[in-house]
Design a protein around this ligand. Structure first.
Ligand SMILES: C[S@@+](CC[C@H](N)C(=O)[O-])C[C@H]1O[C@@H](n2cnc3c(N)ncnc32)[C@H](O)[C@@H]1O
Length: 280
C-alpha cells in the first residue's frame, strides 16, 4: 500500500489558477464550474499522494507523468454510488411516477430515461430493474431505452460491462439477484435482457451537447459539486430535455435553484422529484 506522507500544502491562488488551466488542457475538466473549496479538497488528495508541496509542484508532476492524469481524473470525479441508492426514491418512482407515466403515454410505448452522471452504472441498471419489474410481461411491448452518461471514461467502462462484486449486491433482495444477475467468476453480471435496455456514453454536462426527448431524468449527486450559477443552467437544460409531462429526479440533498424552480412543478418534495408543466 502507498504511504501517503502528509505534506504541508502551500496554497497560492496564482498557482491554483495556473494549475486549473493545465488541468483543463490535460484532461478537459472544467475546474472553474465546480465549487472551489470542493476542488481544493480533491486536489489536496493528489498533492499529498504525489508528495507535492504546492500547486506549482503538482503541476509539474501532472505535466511529466501521464499516469497522474488518470489518478487525477479519478479523484476529481467523485464516483461513489450504489444499486438502488436511496431506495425510498426508487419506491416513489415505482409507486408514483411509473403508473402515471404509463397511463399518460397510452399507446405510445416508447420510454426514454436519462441517468445523467451515472458513474459505474448502478443507477441505470437499478432503473432498468425497476421498469422490468413494474411492466412485467408487458415490458417486451415497450421500447425502453435508458441512457447513462458520465464524464469519466473509466466509470463508463464499468457501466458498459455491467459486472458487480458480491458486496455491491449485499443490500439487494435475493429474488432480485436471482432474477437479474448471473454469476461470472466471483462476480455478478446483469442479464442480457437488462443490459440491452441500458446504453452508456461519455457526455460532459457542462460543455457537452444538449440532449432531448426524455420521459424521466435522474441527475443525483452530481450537481452538488457545481457552482450555483451552473446548477441554474443545468436544471433548465434538464427541463428542456424532458418531454411534456416528464419527471426530474434529483439527489436527496439537492435543491432546485434559479428559473427551473418556477418552471418545474413539485411532484414528490421529500424524494426531490419534479415534473414538467407548460411554461407560462
Ligand atoms: C457521486 S457520482 C453519482 C452517481 C449516481 N448518480 C448516484 O447518485 O449514485 C457523481 C458522478 O458525476 C460525474 N460527473 C462529474 N462531473 C460531471 C460532468 N461535468 N458531466 C457528467 N458527469 C459528471 C462523476 O464522474 C461521477 O461519476
Amino acid at each position: 500500500m502507498t504511504n501517503f506522507t502528509p505534506v504541508n500544502i502551500h496554497e497560492n491562488e496564482k498557482e491554483f489558477a495556473d494549475l486549473k488551466i493545465i488541468i483543463k488542457r490535460k484532461i478537459g475538466f472544467n475546474c472553474e464550474d465546480y465549487k472551489q473549496p470542493h476542488l481544493k479538497r480533491r486536489l489536496a488528495v493528489r498533492l499529498r499522494a504525489t508528495q507535492s508541496a504546492s500547486y506549482k509542484d503538482y503541476a509539474q508532476v501532472l505535466l511529466k507523468n501521464a499516469d497522474e492524469e488518470k489518478q487525477l481524473k479519478e479523484t476529481l470525479t467523485v464516483n461513489v454510488t450504489e444499486l438502488f441508492r436511496n431506495p425510498e426514491t426508487y419506491e416513489s418512482v415505482r409507486n408514483n411516477i411509473l403508473p402515471e407515466l404509463i397511463k399518460y403515454k397510452g399507446n405510445n410505448r416508447v420510454i426514454k430515461v436519462w441517468s445523467a452522471g451515472c458513474s459505474n452504472g448502478e443507477e441505470p441498471y437499478s432503473i432498468a430493474i425497476l421498469l422490468n419489474e413494474y411492466l412485467g410481461s408487458s415490458a417486451r411491448r415497450y421500447n425502453i431505452s435508458i441512457l447513462g452518461t458520465d464524464i469519466d471514461e473509466d466509470s463508463l467502462e464499468k457501466a458498459e460491462n455491467g459486472v458487480f462484486q458480491p458486496k455491491q449486491l449485499e443490500k439487494l433482495e435475493k429474488e432480485r439477484i436471482a432474477r437479474f444477475f448471473i454469476r461470472k467468476d466471483d462476480n455478478y453480471k446483469v442479464i442480457d435482457e437488462l443490459k440491452k435496455l441500458v446504453k452508456v456514453k461519455r457526455h460532459d454536462l457542462i460543455s457537452g451537447p444538449k440532449l432531448t426527448g426524455f420521459d424521466i431524468i435522474f441527475c443525483r449527486n452530481v450537481t452538488i459539486y457545481f457552482e450555483e450559477k451552473l446548477q441554474e443552467i443545468l436544471y433548465m437544460n434538464f427541463y428542456d430535455a424532458l418531454n411534456e409531462g416528464g419527471y426530474f429526479v434529483m439527489g436527496k440533498t439537492e435543491t432546485l435553484v434559479g428559473p427551473a424552480s418556477q418552471s418545474f412543478k413539485r411532484f414528490d418534495l421529500k424524494e426531490r422529484i419534479y415534473t414538467k408543466k407548460e411554461r407560462l
